[in-house]
Design a protein around this ligand. Structure first.
Ligand code: ADE
Ligand code: ZN
Length: 338
């Protein structure tokens, strides 16, 4: 089978997706109109033309400004259900979705508005598309730890709806150590934990995420490859990396797709997965991320299978659910090999 077709059809999970980063320009204009908010770009084309980034911060500035039009529960529902509809066409059967509460609560939007809209879309996606999902609440690392504590406190009323906490936004200058206290508290409250580390920041930040935050997964983690002791640790402890190839290119953390390390990661025995990060900004959802690397790095069906298998293994699903999805995956493989 052609690799693009194999990628399209293989069941998979997405583990690194910022719901605010799935905000497509068309929907942004529609919601802005509905809420009578003016966008600083005159047209969808003009907005898309601004999606040219030299680094993470340039992207984040545009990404945060895009969220300003999100006001109501309906807005968060529309945003989230649009993402689910998209991935339902890509054979994504499970998604672990990050949201940034502080981006909204700092603008005066209630935590309850954000989470209720997202939750309703999660329920609808299960019913309509059969897609299961979990929520990861990410703290903005450019803000102080106090603000993260406040957010953690607000989340406790919705603890049953949130699986894990995460750490995102501007990495360099905001190491994981800044958030050790709030992550300790989050774990005490029963949350699993993830953190962006080694996207732009040095390997030391990945060490800190492991040793100080006790993360269950690393988001990105690319720069771990600069430190052989760190690679050993990640392999030994089977710490998954949620890698985002198109994001790495758009934010210039990898110079060109030919040099993307995903195949190297697999060869090293790392539990690497492929994800989209912010698909509306980086030119593709999860399958486009797979095809981008597969075509250039000549990934085999076996490689793509390993990546899909890793996505289920690295998920925060209950073991019984994991086994079910791994079974579906293996059924797909035996069918295609007939
Ligand atoms: N928020 C949304 N996308 C992000 C990324 N790639 N890195 C850090 N924070 C983010
Ligand atoms: Zn991310």
């Amino acid at each position: 089978m052609e690799i693009d077709k194999f990628i399209q059809q293989i069941p998979k999970a997405e583990l690194h997706l910022h719901i605010e980063g799935s905000f497509e320009p068309e929907l942004m204009f529609k919601i802005a109109d509905r809420n009578k908010i003016k966008i600083k770009y005159k047209s969808i084309d003009e907005l898309k033309a601004a999606y040219n980034f030299n680094n993470l911060q340039e992207f984040l500035d545009i990404y945060y400004s895009g969220t300003n039009v999100l006001l109501t529960e309906e807005d968060f529902y529309d945003l989230t259900i649009a993402y689910f509809k998209k991935i339902s066409e890509q054979n994504v059967v499970h998604a672990e979705i990050m949201f940034d509460p502080q981006t909204h609560t700092d603008r005066g939007i209630e935590f309850s508005t954000v989470i209720s809209g997202i939750r309703k879309a999660q329920d609808k996606a299960k019913e309509k598309f059969g897609i299961s999902s979990k929520l990861i609440m990410s703290f903005l690392r450019h803000l102080d730890e106090r603000s993260a504590y406040d957010t953690l406190k607000q989340s406790l009323a919705y603890k049953n709806l949130i699986t894990a906490v995460g750490l995102d936004s501007s990495e360099v200058g905001h190491p994981p150590s800044k958030f050790k206290g709030v992550f300790d508290e989050a774990r005490k409250q029963g949350y699993l934990v993830v953190a962006h580390a080694g996207e732009e920041g040095p390997p030391e930040y990945v060490w800190e995420a492991l040793n100080l935050l006790n993360v269950n997964r690393i988001d990105h983690g690319n720069r771990s490859l600069e430190d052989s002791k760190l690679i050993e640790r990640l392999v030994e402890n089977k710490i998954p990396l949620t890698v985002c190839p198109l994001s790495n290119i758009k934010l210039r953390n990898v110079d060109k797709i030919e040099n993307h390390p995903i195949k190297t990661m697999l060869n090293l025995g790392l539990v690497a997965t492929v994800n989209s990060d912010d698909p509306a900004y980086f030119g593709g959802y999860v399958n486009e991320n797979f095809t981008a690397v597969a075509n250039v790095l000549n990934l085999t069906e076996q490689d793509v299978y390993s990546l899909a298998r890793n996505s289920f293994k690295a998920s925060f699903l209950e073991n019984s659910e994991k086994e079910k999805l791994l079974g579906t995956l293996d059924k797909f493989i035996s069918k295609t090999n007939k």
